[in-house]
Ligand binder design. Sequence first.
Ligand code: C2E
Ligand code: MG
Ligand code: MG
Ligand code: MG
Length: 282
Amino acid sequence: KARQTGDASYVFYSSEMNERAKEHLRIETELRRALGSGQMLLYYQPKVSLRSGRIVGAEALLRWRHPERGMVPPGLFIPVAEETGLILEIGGWVLEEACRQISEWKQRGFNAPPIAVNLSSRQFDRGLPERVQEVLERYDVTPDRIKLEITETLLVRGPEQVIPIMNELAAMGLALALDDFGTGYSSLAYLKKFPISTLKIDRSFVIGLPREENDCAIAQAIVTMGQQLRQEIVAEGVETQEQMRFLRNLGCDQLQGYLFSPPISNEAFEQMVRDGKRLSLA
Ligand code: C2E
Ligand code: MG
Ligand code: MG
Ligand code: MG
């Protein structure tokens, strides 16, 4: 409000603002511009099977190629987009771009494995299934080619709110994955109420494997429970051979992490799959 009352108050207001708030405002303005001018793109990080070592999917991760600042990681702008509501537009763009890419790949004779897209809790409303359906149809992408990654912050809204929408998505043939699992407050017992087919063990529990006793116990508990609930378990942020071996011995299904590949461009991902690159399970 102060900003509209003239230069003097703007200077006052501005001096009162902390650096973080100023940075937020700047990012928001630039984000709006970036969306419309092709500065956003998706990278793809392969997911590999711990049984075959083969690539069985990928996660689409948003990148902002800023004209001066270079590649801006999502951790720096997604929180701002969440706060301002811009995440709705951005999230819509991400889903559309993933479908466009899958359909382009298909036209080039490349049948890509399922691509997982991250969803903000703010995107999760009654209109979501219809919006997803529309994009899938427009690009002629079948629902088994897309997965949706959600976080535990969504589950705290409560089952009555969230399950009907989840059921609608599941009925359409879309698989739901629970991202960053273990970092939120949802209990294991609570989890079984929701139609979720994949659990992603958060990187913070993977880092300490196999040395940190607590991390080992948590990883073990998640895998055991996932198996009982017939969920697929993916470990994220796997960087070392030792972590891989530990997770494999637990019975974890897939891994995603620098050990196999960082997120890469669509061209590089296509090439990697075509080359049949495999994780060495030794
Ligand atoms: P996430 O969904 O948990 O994605 C995994 C993050 O871990 C990615 O960071 C990925 O680059 C990073 N990562 C993967 N393997 C390793 C590893 O071995 N070591 C380390 N140190 N890091 C690894 P990124 O791409 O910076 O994305 C960060 C977060 O931003 C994502 O976490 C996700 O929550 C959010 N995000 C990214 N794209 C989107 C999007 O399109 N929509 C929404 N709503 N959020 C997104
Ligand atoms: Mg994710
Ligand atoms: Mg994750
Ligand atoms: Mg994470």
